[in-house]
Write a protein that binds this ligand. Structure first.
Ligand code: KG4
Ligand code: ZN
Length: 347
């Protein structure tokens, strides 16, 4: 049995989008308890996240979740036992972030423990640190989610260099929007992933855009539009869309784009430790392509830590605290928080 007195405990809180999550972490990666309350089914009826509705659901969920996490972890006196409260302060939906940040500050004040804001992207990167004790700096991390497609060179905690980012849609957004046109439920990524298993990835060809952009940047809006146009053309001809083939071809184009950029990043930096994170990192074709790539030392977070969760936030907060970063009760949510404010010491 772990003696809670001897370890540093971090309470992590995540509420930036449509998942309310709370976690209690001992040291850098030992999970004592974590919970997630997903709103996906409630938003699915609207085909996407409804921000006002999301913040109301966060408000309902966050206190009972925290109580459950503390009870499950056996924390009877948080004021004495907890060392830090870490919370996602951005980027994300304003109302949703506000619920997490205000809750974190209230607990921090009530228990008289420090509070630290975490960048959601930094959280996704730290999902890999939780799952891989052997992950050493420097490593490359590709964050691919509903809101992000970025390649980051991680030199250390707080030392990040953004190598490339999407100039329009995120990869997950492209999955979701193409799924919507195909009549598939939200979120579309996991559904496309499942259908693609039985499909022929060469059945359709789509523009991949990788060679039309400078540096390591991404663009997915062209692929999204081309895919939607193909669906409409087939329907106008009275043909049904072969879902499996279409999904397999679309998914293969996204994966190819991501892999080409990672290959370029490895060449550019000489760093061969390649981590992935974010919701799209749960994609089976992408995981396979990274895991089996020749010459790379791959790090894949378990699927449950790819999508939004508080474990990664607690881990990022703990690492930041250990590296000397400090915050305070002046902490405020920032829906457009750049990966470059506060925590970035990189270039
Ligand atoms: O990281 P996340 O939970 O939230 C954001 O920060 O955006 O990522 C959600 C995104 C959605 O766009 C969803 O469709 C996508 O990740 N996603 C997937 C898969 N699982 C989730 N995309 C492709 N394949 C999957 N298996
Ligand atoms: Zn996320």
């Amino acid at each position: 049995m772990l003696s809670l007195e001897k370890v540093f405990l971090t309470l992590g809180i995540e509420s930036s989008c449509d998942d309310t999550s709370v976690a209690l972490l001992a040291g850098p990666r030992r999970i004592l308890s974590w919970k997630i309350s997903s709103q996906i089914e409630r938003h699915a009826a609207f085909g996407g996240v409804v921000p006002e509705y999301a913040s109301r659901m966060h408000l309902e969920a966050i206190l009972p979740l925290t109580q459950t996490v503390l009870e499950e972890a056996g924390v009877a006196d948080p004021a004495k036992q907890i060392g830090l409260v870490a919370v996602t302060r951005g980027p994300g939906l304003m109302g949703s972030l506000l619920v997490g940040v205000m809750t974190a500050k209230a607990y921090a004040q009530a228990w008289n423990v420090p509070v630290l804001g975490v960048n959601h992207l930094e959280g996704h990167i730290y999902a890999n640190v939780v799952d891989h004790e052997d992950l050493q700096f420097p490593f490359l991390c590709m964050v691919v989610s509903g809101g992000h497609t970025e390649i980051v060179l991680v030199r250390g905690c707080g030392e990040y260099e953004m190598l490339g980012a999407t100039q329009d849609d995120a990869a997950g957004e492209a999955f979701d929007k193409v799924a919507k046109v195909l009549g598939l439920p939200y979120p579309g990524g996991p559904v496309i992933d499942r259908l693609a298993v039985a499909g022929d990835a060469d059945a359709f060809s789509f523009p991949d855009m990788v060679h039309h952009l400078d540096g390591l940047n991404f663009s997915f809006s062209g692929l999204k539009t081309a895919s939607i146009n193909q669906v409409n053309r087939l329907r106008q001809k009275g043909e049904t869309v072969p879902l499996e083939d279409f999904c397999a071809s679309f998914q293969a184009t996204v994966v190819k784009t991501l892999i080409v950029r990672l290959e370029q990043a490895v060449r550019l930096t000489g760093v061969t430790s390649v981590a992935i994170s974010g919701g799209v990192a749960a994609n089976s074709a992408f995981r396979r392509a990274v895991a089996e790539h020749e010459g790379w030392n791959p790090f894949l977070p378990s699927k449950m830590f790819c999508t939004d969760n508080a474990v990664m936030v607690a881990a990022a907060g703990y690492a930041a605290w250990q590296s000397g970063r400090r915050g305070g009760l002046g902490l405020a949510p920032d829906p457009a928080l750049d990966f470059g404010e506060d925590e970035v010491v990189g270039e």
